[in-house]
Design a protein around this ligand. Structure first.
Ligand code: PMP
Length: 415
């Protein structure tokens, strides 16, 4: 990990920012909440909460169906979120932004609509050992149906992808490569631009799982040079049930619809139904309209703070938290990549992760324990579970201190 702060963050007023997040002011078991489970889901600022509330109070109607005023307003909020998302990730065109319920749906859309029709026995999908199950299981399901296999590129003990091995494994039978931008367990940032370049040289499409990247860093999907980019709204200040699949136009044009129903058709006839153009071809049924109103507000919120300030503060917190954790005897950190986001997985010798998390909760500290939907990564490290503290820009050094104090107390109880 780069041990130097990115830039001074003196003008980052974290206390002012925290006032935007009402939930951060609550107590848990009589203790001030320390919310360090941001990689699981982020808290929501008032601006997002109010956008959702306002949608239901003032604009609620279905999208793209009604000609009445409310229908137009609801459609405008939903399509406005698409525009904002397109700008946020530099999509090139709003038509290349498919609105989904989250990364999991985005991945499954690629699995069933892009991969399955192309895969044949002997083909392979290449992923990595550090992936979330959402970037493994959909590929296994379509591999099982088509006679293809799923291969996983290795990582090293520091939790970095062994990039040369990944490139070696990009053999001709690989029909799709899938890699996470940022690991949800280790915080590792993968060199996706280099990976995309090597995939392009070999004519292999690349999907990037951006779930854990967008909350922390600006993303330019065109500059990355990937084919597909998936993201989930609820980890980036927005409501649950919102997400995106961005894909290159040629893929979206070629992919058949996955879900059929209303909204995704041009004309339905029993002698042959025709479909809408992308992205609507992939958006059957009534979407999470209020949720996407919240997505628009979440993007505005990120942009009002600016990623350079967010990154500097989060990096400072990561360095501080890592240093403080290293003071604790018997504590082992999993994931020490040169470039990482503020996610720290760890174990304390002699203590079970779940026992620790349960006792930490009694101290008001919310961290996640378990396999983090990354069984193969746990198998790689030979542990059933870890504790994970995942930070956000609204966290503070004082919360890190409270967390470390709670850890020391809990450690004593369990030893
Ligand atoms: N990929 C990664 C790296 C994740 O962290 C998560 C969420 N934990 C997902 C995919 C799945 O996201 P969702 O549950 O929002 O679909």
């Amino acid at each position: 990990m780069n041990a130097k702060p990115l830039q001074p963050s003196a003008d980052f007023d974290v206390q002012r920012i925290r006032r935007d997040f009402p939930l951060l002011a609550r107590t848990v078991h009589g203790k001030p909440l320390v919310y360090f489970d941001n990689a699981n889901t982020s808290q929501k600022p008032l601006q997002v909460i109010e956008a959702v509330d306002n949608h239901y109070r003032e604009h609620n109607a279905n999208v793209a169906r009604a000609v009445h005023q409310l229908g137009e307003e609801a459609t405008a909020a939903y399509e406005n979120a698409r525009d904002k998302l397109a700008t946020f990730i530099n999509a090139g065109s709003r038509e290349d932004v498919v609105l989904t319920s989250g990364t999991t749906q985005s991945m499954n859309l690629v699995a069933y609509s892009y991969a399955l029709p192309r895969l044949k026995p002997g083909d392979a999908i290449l992923t990595t050992v550090m992936e979330h199950h959402a970037n493994i299981v959909p590929w296994q399901l379509v591999a099982a149906r088509s006679g293809a296999t799923v291969k996983a590129a290795p990582i090293d003990q520091r939790g970095e992808l062994i990039v040369e091995k990944f490139f070696d494994m990009l053999t001709p039978e690989v029909k799709l490569a899938c890699v996470t931008h940022v690991s949800n367990v280790l915080g590792t940032v993968n060199p996706v631009r280099d990976i995309a370049r090597e995939c392009r040289r070999r004519g292999i499409p690349l999907l990037v799982d951006g779930s854990q990247a967008l909350p922390h860093r600006p993303v330019d999907v065109q500059a990355l040079g990937c084919d597909f980019y998936a993201l989930t709204g609820h980890k980036m200040l927005a409501p649950t049930g919102t997400g995106v699949l961005w894909a290159k136009r040629e893929h979206l044009q070629a992919m058949p619809p996955f879900f059929g129903g209303g909204e995704m058709i041009r004309e339905v006839r029993f002698d042959g139904t025709t479909f809408a153009e992308p992205p609507h071809k992939f958006e059957a049924g009534t979407p999470n309209i209020a949720g996407f109103a919240g997505v628009g507000a979440a993007i505005d919120y990120y942009q009002s703070l600016g990623f350079s300030a967010i990154r500097a503060w989060e990096h400072e917190l990561l360095i501080y938290a890592t240093e403080r954790l290293r003071e604790i005897p018997g504590l082992r950190i999993f994931g020490e990549a040169a470039e990482k986001e503020p996610v720290i997985s760890f174990l304390i010798e002699g203590a079970q992760a779940t026992d620790m998390a349960t006792l930490l909760d009694l101290e008001g500290v919310a961290v996640r324990s378990g396999h983090h939907c990354a069984h193969p990564l746990m198998q790689f490290y030979g542990v059933p579970a870890t504790l994970r503290a995942s930070l956000a820009f609204y966290n503070t050094r004082e919360e890190v201190d409270a967390f470390v104090a709670a850890l020391l107390k809990v450690r004593k109880l369990l030893m």
